[in-house]
Design a binder for this molecule. Structure first.
Ligand code: SAH
Length: 232
């Protein structure tokens, strides 16, 4: 079994886990004094820590070794994600974390059915990213940023917008040696004027095949092509 991974705020010589992390380690995995685990700080540092004491709801660890983890794509990948219905935002954030997105930016577009992102929902998405990072062996937790409008998407050096009426395929326009921003539409699709605006900001329209993908499938298909498909 791979060593257990726990998220810590910073890698200090003495670490104290509390809350769900401590509970998971002590009650679910039944860790004992002397056991080792991997700790990571969400900023790209990892370490090996040994359990030195267990209490009610807390675990004390000693850090024995640290290193810089590298499971990140060589170039940053930003995912602009429209507000989606139900729990689809969380599902996409989870999978996008596994697929290597470095930043996830919720956006409000013309045809979004859902029109707001509550503080609670944003915090939940951040927890989902943290949990997914832990499970997939990533040391960098993708940032989930506050909601912005499509007009607030800045010009990009390289961008891809998934559009069912586009002709280009991803591999015809994507340069994997440069940072990339990705954007897909909500359930109601993107308006032509929105696609035009994104093109002026540097996004190339790309097609993802002849079938219409659901709004929660499209970002993952696009992301897979720029990370997993390149071995990133
Ligand atoms: N009824 C909408 C469909 C929206 S699908 C329309 O006609 O536009 C939701 C989003 O997924 C789209 O805005 C687009 O970004 C993406 N998407 C779905 N299928 C796609 C495809 N075959 N190629 C490219 N993008 C696609």
């Amino acid at each position: 079994m791979r060593p257990h991974r726990a998220y810590v705020e910073s890698l200090a010589p003495e670490l104290r886990l509390t809350g769900p992390e401590a509970h998971h380690l002590a009650e679910v995995l039944r860790a004992r004094v002397g056991d080792t685990l991997t700790v990571f700080d969400g900023q790209g540092r990892e370490g090996r820590a040994r359990v030195v004491e267990l209490g009610r709801g807390w675990v004390r660890l000693r850090l024995e070794e640290t290193w810089t983890a590298d499971r990140e794509p060589p170039q940053p990948v930003v995912l602009y994600l429209p507000l989606l219905k139900g729990d689809h935002m969380a599902e996409v954030v989870r999978a996008a974390t596994e697929l290597g997105a470095g930043r996830i930016v919720p956006i409000l577009t013309q045809h979004c059915v859902v029109r707001e992102l509550s503080e609670n929902k944003l915090l939940r998405l951040r927890r989902v990213a943290q949990e997914a990072a832990k499970q997939c062996g990533r040391s960098v937790v993708p940032q989930v940023e506050p909601l912005r409008t499509l007009e607030q998407v800045p010009p990009v050096a390289q961008g891809l917008v998934a559009h069912p009426y586009a002709r280009a395929r991803v591999r015809e326009v994507y340069d994997p040696t440069r940072p990339v921003a990705l954007l897909t539409g909500p359930e109601g699709g993107l308006a032509e004027a929105e696609v035009a605006l994104l093109e002026r900001r540097g996004f190339a329209p790309v097609a993802l095949g002849p079938r219409i993908l659901r709004a929660e499938t499209a970002p993952l298909a696009l992301l897979s092509l720029v990370t997993a498909g390149e071995g990133f």
